[in-house]
Design a protein around this ligand. Sequence first.
Ligand SMILES: *[C@@H]1O[C@H](CO)[C@@H](O)[C@H](O)[C@H]1NC(C)=O
Ligand SMILES: *[C@@H]1O[C@H](CO)[C@@H](O)[C@H](O)[C@H]1NC(C)=O
Ligand SMILES: *[C@@H]1O[C@H](CO)[C@@H](O)[C@H](O)[C@H]1NC(C)=O
Ligand SMILES: *[C@@H]1O[C@H](CO)[C@@H](O)[C@H](O)[C@H]1NC(C)=O
Ligand SMILES: *[C@@H]1O[C@H](CO)[C@@H](O)[C@H](O)[C@H]1NC(C)=O
Length: 344
Amino acid sequence: MWSRRLLASALVFLSLSSLMLYVLVFKWLGTNQDHLRPQNITILLWHWPFGISHSLKGDVCWSEFGIPGCFLENNRSMFSQADVVVFHYHELWTKRSKLPLHLSRPLRQRWVWLSLESPMNNHNLTAYNGLFNWTMSYRRDADIFVPYGKLVPKTNNSTYLIPRKRNCLVAWAVSNYKEHHRRSKVFQQLKQYIPAELIEVYGHWNGRPLSNKALLPAISQCLFYLAFENSLYRDYITEKLWRNSLQAGSIPVVLGPPRDNYECLVPRNAFIHVNDFRSVKELAAFLKRLASDRQSYKSYFRWHDSHEVKTITDWKERLCTICSHYNRLPTHKVYQDLYNWVNM
Ligand SMILES: *[C@@H]1O[C@H](CO)[C@@H](O)[C@H](O)[C@H]1NC(C)=O
Ligand SMILES: *[C@@H]1O[C@H](CO)[C@@H](O)[C@H](O)[C@H]1NC(C)=O
Ligand SMILES: *[C@@H]1O[C@H](CO)[C@@H](O)[C@H](O)[C@H]1NC(C)=O
Ligand SMILES: *[C@@H]1O[C@H](CO)[C@@H](O)[C@H](O)[C@H]1NC(C)=O
Ligand SMILES: *[C@@H]1O[C@H](CO)[C@@H](O)[C@H](O)[C@H]1NC(C)=O
């Protein structure tokens, strides 16, 4: 009697513990598998953004950006082998390109909606509901976040020197000038409080276009740069901040999303926000005061002690980052309401 009971409890114990072991091992395998990505990822770019193509010869992601196992393709015959197919939206809504809806889509293949433009320049989104698995944009909540620039820890010990300034308070580069833009209104008001000889305006609108190479040295001679976005949307912070001001070495005066949005990307004391002031008149007065206070002016450059700007302008680099993010991208996702996502 006793031995039978003992045997029975031993059996129960054994089966319970093996069940537990089984569960544990599979849980471990399962969670680990989530972190594994296919050894090699093939990304097919269906068409080049704005029709400007680049060579994809060789292992571009590895040789140019140090990202392994990530292969970019632009040959559409690779469709059935591609893990990811990327569609730059501009060519879709302008009807220069079409989605390959006639092809059968491998189960594991993800389609990516790519746009770095603000919602103002993304039309007809409802026609594309229920087709894309991932979004790729300047929005921080996109599946693949591709900012126009970022601050990265400094890689060397060189001390930053603020570029030599001449008698110029503010610089602005503008090509697409529209009277109804908020930035145009702010600029016109600013002109009432700052003498014309202290303002430099470059770009097509003013008949003073500068080459990419000449623009930064020109801007850098002014104390401030008007990093005014053409439209005001969450996270829409473009090269006007990263390149034209921070990289040029002029303090950015920003107009765009609210200050706290900028502060997610750059230190609060690295820029001046138009909304910090009750009026443009007060902004102008502040700029003039700062111009005559060397210590305060210099304090806006403190981030240079530890960081430097990295601008991201290369489509190849942006595409390769899909592989860097791959492990944490959602496995099952469909954008049923793309319009709402873009405009929310
Ligand atoms: C990944 O790509 C490299 C380079 O083309 C190749 O040598 C390797 O065999 C590939 N690995 C797999 C698992 O396909
Ligand atoms: C928007 O999509 C609809 C339906 O696909 C199409 O008929 C229309 O021409 C498109 N409009 C634009 C501006 O692309
Ligand atoms: C240090 O880094 C800055 C920014 O990347 C660069 O401009 C500069 O040439 C570098 N200096 C040295 C000594 O490598
Ligand atoms: C940078 O400078 C600090 C202080 O001068 C020094 O301790 C450090 O070793 C330097 N680092 C490099 C990479 O040169
Ligand atoms: C990707 O989106 C398509 C189209 O909506 C959908 O059928 C498919 O299940 C999605 N794939 C994944 C892996 O989420």
